[in-house]
Ligand binder design. Structure first.
Ligand code: GCO
Length: 462
């Protein structure tokens, strides 16, 4: 079911780019594995996602990212497309196994050169490059040594960050250490639905703890290497509401909120893990070594808030670790996207207020927001009015929070183009630009044209 909306008429309040202030950063976000293709070109070796997506039954209809958006070869074309769309900031991630094919040891100069070409192309077109150091594609060679569940990853990751900061820090001013640690540890090491496909609490707990340490350690290394850099890290966040008003559901919502929104943020802020709400965290004991509380803490310059939807939960005794169950949006008969995620713009407002209430959160960027809808080509065009509505209404909520004093300083649409949506393959399309994956033809959707005009002109209708 696509979203069925009433469309606003033109009498409604108009807001404009200038309402966000001239220093507000507008951009698009993407990730290496989801766009680049060329998984073994020029010295690159397998990541856990190359391995995982080659296994039968793991990815929708057996889709793989061997070509994807062919960004490894078409990066100039896509960065020029960004320029033509008036997009001034581009958030992309580095493929660890393109830079260190084995994860550690010998680096691959051709991999470094590729990212230098992206950065230089962006700067040539006056687009600011924003780097995410790790967006889920761990080198397979490191997974063979235990991956995120092996505490040695702190040393491996440190070497990787050090090289990236040295190689790119002279031109890249904004860095994000991790992309959504809850998702890559939770889906990859607990649920088994993402790479490396591990299941159960035993792997999840150490992986989660080591990622928490690495997010801070990465920040320290960038700060030592590039003193002028603005350093952040990103979190997948959702507004969590109780299904019913009874205390059991309210407590269930509190537990899920601790898992989704606090688990990795609060240790970074020096607040430790939310153990009072997540009793399973007592399993951390064997992995939590003296000095770890300090090692998990880092004073980030900004937090990357990534929001797509909200969750509504009820108490559920039988669900292990959180005793909570999600009430699906489809069952609640609310507007949903192609991912079956509820369209709930007020959620980003609530999250901005929640995150800005932390003393240690200095600045917030929305480093991902967007939606998948069943985009179709009609007479050579893609009229994705649902996505235009989605973006306008989420931006309206971001502006509301900003006007109430929240230090939200930027907004990145996920994503420039349709791309490989992890276990969902190419089924869900998130792009402002449609890609025909058979021909690699790019078609700017109505939402891309809207964003281009919004960024160029002073106002848009909402
Ligand atoms: C995430 C990832 C992206 C996704 C996007 C749409 O937030 O899960 O950063 O890689 O593709 O969010 O699900």
């Amino acid at each position: 079911m696509s979203v069925k909306y009433k469309h606003y008429n033109s009498e409604q309040k108009v807001f404009s780019k200038k309402d966000f202030g001239e220093n507000f950063k507008w951009g698009v976000a993407a990730a290496a594995f989801q766009t680049e293709g060329s998984p073994y070109a020029d010295g690159k070796k397998a990541s856990i996602w190359d391995t995982f997506s080659s296994k039968k039954g793991k990815i929708y209809k057996g889709h793989t990212a061997e070509i994807s958006c062919d960004f490894y070869k078409r990066y100039e074309q896509d960065i020029e497309l960004m320029k033509s769309m008036n997009i001034p900031n581009f958030r992309f991630s580095l493929s660890w196994s393109r830079i260190f094919p084995e994860g550690i040891g010998a680096y691959n100069q051709e991999g470094i050169d590729f990212y230098n070409r992206i950065i230089n192309k962006c700067l040539e077109l006056n687009i600011e490059p924003w780097i995410t150091i790790y967006h889920w594609d761990l080198p397979e060679a490191l997974e063979k040594k235990g991956g995120w569940a092996n505490r040695e990853i702190i040393a491996w990751f440190s070497e990787y960050v050090k090289l990236c900061a040295k190689a790119f820090g002279d031109r890249v001013k904004h860095w994000m250490v991790l992309n959504e640690p809850l998702v890559f540890t939770g889906a990859g090491y607990f649920l088994g639905i993402h790479a490396p496909g591990k299941k159960g609490i035993k792997k999840f707990i150490p992986a989660m703890h080591h990622a928490t340490i690495c997010q801070a350690q990465g920040g320290r290394i960038i700060r030592e290497t590039c003193p002028q850099a603005k350093i952040g890290t990103t979190f997948s966040c959702s507004q969590i509401d109780p299904y019913r008003t009874n205390n059991k559901d309210k407590k269930a919502a509190k537990r899920v909120d601790a898992l989704i929104n606090r688990l990795f943020l609060e240790p970074a802020l020096g607040l430790g893990y939310p153990e009072e709400d997540l009793r399973f965290l007592k399993r951390l004991k064997p992995y939590f070594l003296p000095g770890d509380r300090e090692m998990m803490t880092f004073e980030f310059d900004f937090i990357g808030l990534q929001n797509y939807t909200r969750e509504v939960v009820k108490h559920a005794w039988l669900v292990p670790y959180v005793q909570a169950m999600n009430i699906k949006a489809r069952k609640r008969k609310v507007p949903i996207t192609e991912m079956e995620w509820e369209v709930y713009p007020k959620g980003i407002y609530k999250l901005l207020k929640k995150f800005s209430a932390y003393k240690g959160v200095k600045k917030i960027y929305i480093t991902e927001n967007g939606a998948a809808f069943p985009d179709k080509i009609e007479n050579g065009k893609v009229h994705d009015t649902d996505r235009v509505y989605f973006l306008k209404n989420y931006l309206k909520q971001v502006l509301k929070a900003k006007k109430e004093g929240v230090e939200v300083n930027g907004y990145f649409v996920w994503s420039l183009t349709d791309n490989f949506e992890w276990a969902e393959g190419y089924r869900p399309r998130f792009g402002l630009v449609y890609i025909d994956f058979d021909t690699q033809k790019r078609i700017v959707k109505s939402s891309g044209r809207w964003f281009k005009n919004f960024l160029k002109h002073s106002s848009c209708l909402i």
